[in-house]
Ligand binder design. Structure first.
Ligand code: ASP
Length: 304
């Protein structure tokens, strides 16, 4: 039977409509036993928030923002209201959001913003720039009507105690990738960066291609782990490019992380989503908080 072009498109579109999926991560390091339960609960809630944004004609962009906002607000992860402290005992947050159409917004080194991921989206949608840092980002936030908070509001008693006790505390960047019913992709990543980082240090998360990347011709990736290693290897873009060569997204994620480990010694994890909905979740750290919700699943699946 001959299938005309318009009909073929409808079939394709129909297939895409069945491919709705959202994947989240909450950092890839050594997650302490006492934190595992709260991680699992927050991942589930973030997936539920993202999934409800994907319903109907919902957009991947809204889904990744919703999921990440949820994790920023949870106080559980090292992002937003659960931020870890830098060497000066201050909070400096980085975030980036990107769509498969190569639209991008990012902020770095912000300290008075509860939801850096939403500010990154404002940068993408309401400015002619892609990345705004520090005071400039805060001025932009004010212009956009986003309330600034007292930087101390982002410092939890848990983080003060951990800083004092010098506890190994390197985990908790959050991220999400999603594909919606119309075949659009998006990615979002938000972090307070590495433990006791120098004031002014910016990691991979807000840097396009390093910690965050989306391209509808390949896929989308949010990374977590040793930022400097991910910058040197342009990790998220490299993982998306690997989708072209490897048979599946899991292999692409694993091989890219192995290459990074070999070339730089840096460890971490990826959530990697191929344009057709195939996905990979991989890490070279002892643990990674992660979860998935997709078409056909009754409830989100999470692991820590
Ligand atoms: N990649 C983040 C950074 O280097 C840290 C993390 O993922 O835990 O800023």
């Amino acid at each position: 039977m001959y299938i005309g072009k318009a009909h073929r498109y409808k079939i394709m579109n129909g297939l895409m409509r069945r491919m709705r999926i959202i994947i989240v991560h909450g950092g890839a390091w050594n997650i302490p036993e006492e934190d595992k339960e709260s991680h699992r609960n927050s991942l589930k809630e973030a997936l539920a928030a993202g999934w409800s944004a994907l319903k109907g004609n919902g957009r991947a962009l809204d889904a990744v923002e919703e999921a990440v906002v949820h994790m920023e607000n949870s106080g559980v992860f090292h992002a937003g209201s659960g931020a870890s402290l830098n060497s000066e005992q201050k909070v400096e947050l980085d975030a980036a959001i990107m769509t498969g159409d190569l639209n991008l917004g990012a902020v770095a080194g912000v300290s008075c913003i509860k939801n850096p991921i939403s500010l990154a989206r404002y940068v993408m949608e309401n400015s002619k720039h892609a990345l705004i840092v520090g005071t400039g980002a805060q001025i932009f936030a004010k212009q956009q009507g986003i309330p600034l908070c007292d930087p101390d509001e982002l410092v939890t008693a848990r983080e003060r105690r951990r800083f004092k006790e010098g506890l190994e505390n390197e985990f908790g960047t959050v991220g999400a990738v999603a594909l919606d019913g119309n075949g659009n992709m998006a990615v979002a990543t938000s972090t307070s960066g590495t433990y006791k980082k120098m004031a002014g240090r910016v990691g991979d998360s807000p840097l396009v291609g390093c910690g965050t990347y989306a391209d509808k011709e390949r896929g989308a990736c949010s990374a977590t782990g040793h930022g400097e290693s991910f910058m040197k290897t342009v990790a998220a873009k490299t993982a998306c490019d690997a989708l072209e060569k490897e048979p599946d997204a899991q292999t692409a994620a694993e091989k890219t992380l192995q290459m990074i480990l070999k070339r730089t010694g840096g460890k971490g994890g990826f959530i990697l989503l191929r344009k057709d909905g195939d996905y990979g979740i991989a890490f070279t750290t002892p643990a990674m908080a992660r979860g998935v919700m997709k078409e056909g699943m009754e409830a989100p699946e999470v692991s820590v």
